[in-house]
Write a protein that binds this ligand. Structure first.
Ligand SMILES: [Zn+2]
Length: 494
């Protein structure tokens, strides 16, 4: 899950209140360009957006006025119970998650690990009998972390745990040794710009909300370079820490020098801040030999359950198959991949073929480029997608869904969510989406995300600790059940 998701939730919540998908498109296109997790703009299609307004004419369901919770329980109550029972029966999806994470390891874009994991997923999906299983080729960026270290030279010598941020340039081979300027936000950096020249700027910004705090990770190197800093460090974007640095995407612009940018653990950020506060001069030496290589080829993974009446209409769901190069991306986002994969497989195993096509996509390169998602929208955006769902907020107890789209549809899906009361995943929140489905916004596709208990997500996000033990098998099954019920109903309503 990236900064984009969070920013999008807020933009989108306001737009829902404005009452139409059309307005949403206009706002997104006119004011704030969509961006990748690293902040690069997402190209918008030339195609005219779907004119889905508050009028029911353009909505996908002919019977939309009757679609309340009574209807849902009468028509889909029994099916929902079967799906939930079936989802909780075994832990095969969890075993597959463990196998993929353990066997192939971290899955950064451009790595052999990622492509081997994709080969295995494609072969396993085919062996399960899923329909139209394929890998769509996508060019993805290649960034290699290489060797890196941070050492405090003064006031005492010790090593500082660090992780370079994805896309960062290297330091010279001997490293960069400089005094640290600690700031608590961009405003303080501006106010103390004269002190920054030749220093390493440390943004010591405590975690509040991801979308707020992550700006120091994504933009920190630009802001620090603007005032003449030689490198920048960010306090890890983490809501709790056991001395774990958190990596993630960052960006540069062409108007200022590109300086190395890395994350340190919150404990060291606090220590350095205390030392400076006491009037001690803190000197660090940062060494990084990261490099960016030419693009490589990766793949989006696609599988389907073709619709029985309107196969050309699609509900698409998925997560992202790539991860950072630390940990094994069990929560971010193997969990989302296996929950949505299992959801599709439940429908197949129960012989539940809805009216419309349910399509599973495991997007590549969400973390440091979003190229898979952009490619998907360019290639398939012209098809009639009536709903897109993403699961990229980790896997823990599901609470329900977030949704952005026409208010009439919000009511329909809110009624459908009441089918999930038995697993307490029945809430509907205004405002939903995700990085990988965001390039479908300009095509007028309503956006939904699985909402889970996120209280511990940012303990592990983008760290060496994002490993399968952080995923609970029962939660994974409940998430799959919630997604399967919602997607089945969305695809099947007449
Ligand atoms: Zn993610």
């Amino acid at each position: 899950m990236s900064a984009l998701c969070i920013v999008l939730f807020h933009v989108i919540a306001v737009m829902l209140a404005l009452g139409s998908v059309l307005l949403l498109q206009a706002q997104v296109q006119d004011s704030q360009p969509l961006t990748t997790p690293g902040g690069q703009p997402i190209p918008l299609p030339n195609r005219q957006p779907i004119r889905a307004t508050s009028s029911t004419a353009a909505l996908p369901y002919a019977t939309i006025k009757q679609l309340d919770s009574m209807y849902m329980h009468r028509v889909y109550g029994e099916v929902a119970q079967r799906i939930i029972r079936h989802a909780l029966k075994d832990s095969l999806a969890y075993k597959r998650l463990q196998y993929m994470c353990d066997t192939f390891g971290p899955r950064l874009s451009g790595s052999e690990n990622l492509e081997k994991a994709i080969d295995w997923v494609l072969a396993t999906m085919k062996a399960c009998g899923l329909e139209n299983v394929r890998g769509d080729s996508v060019a993805v960026p290649v960034w290699l972390r290489g060797e890196e270290s941070c050492t405090m030279l003064s006031p005492r010598v010790c090593s500082i745990a660090m992780l370079g941020l994805g896309g960062s340039v290297a330091t010279p081979p001997e490293g960069i040794a400089a005094e640290v300027l600690v700031v608590k936000d961009f405003a303080e950096l501006q106010g103390r710009a004269a002190e920054a020249r030749g220093k390493i700027v440390l943004f010591n910004v405590p975690f509040t909300r991801y979308g707020v705090t992550v700006r120091y990770r994504s933009e920190g190197a630009i802001r620090a370079a603007e005032v003449g800093a030689v490198a920048s460090l960010v306090r890890s974007v983490a809501s709790f820490s056991l001395y774990t640095p958190h990596t993630g995407a960052m960006r540069y612009n062409d108007s200022v020098p590109k300086i190395p940018h890395a994350a340190i653990a919150t404990e060291d950020a606090d220590m350095i801040a205390r030392m400076v506060e006491r009037g001690e001069k803190v000197v660090l030496r940062l060494r990084m030999n990261a490099q960016t290589l030419p693009d490589a080829v990766s793949r989006n993974i696609i599988a389907e359950l073709r619709g029985r009446e309107k196969p050309e209409e699609i509900v698409v769901m998925g997560g992202h198959i790539d991860s950072w190069d630390v940990g094994t991306g069990a929560l971010d986002d193997a969990g989302g991949c296996f929950a949505t994969w299992k959801a599709l497989q439940i429908l197949q195993e129960l012989n539940l073929r809805p009216r419309r096509t349910v399509r599973l996509v495991l997007w590549t390169n969400e973390e440091n480029g979003l190229r898979g998602a952009i490619h998907y929208a360019e290639r398939y955006g012209h098809q009639r997608h009536i709903l897109a769902l993403e699961s990229d907020g980790g896997i823990s107890a599901p609470r329900g869904f977030g949704f952005t789209g026409a208010p009439e549809l919000f009511k329909v899906y809110k009624a459908a969510a009441t089918l999930l009361y038995p697993i307490q995943a029945h809430e509907m929140f205004i405002g939903g989406g995700g990085a990988d489905i965001s390039p479908l916004i300009p095509y007028g596709v309503p956006q939904m995300n699985l909402e889970v208990d996120g209280s511990k997500y940012f303990w592990f996000h983008h760290t060496y600790a994002d490993t399968p033990d952080k995923v609970d098998p029962l939660d994974l099954n409940k998430c799959a059940a919630a997604i399967a019920v919602m997607m089945y109903v969305a695809a099947d309503i007449p």
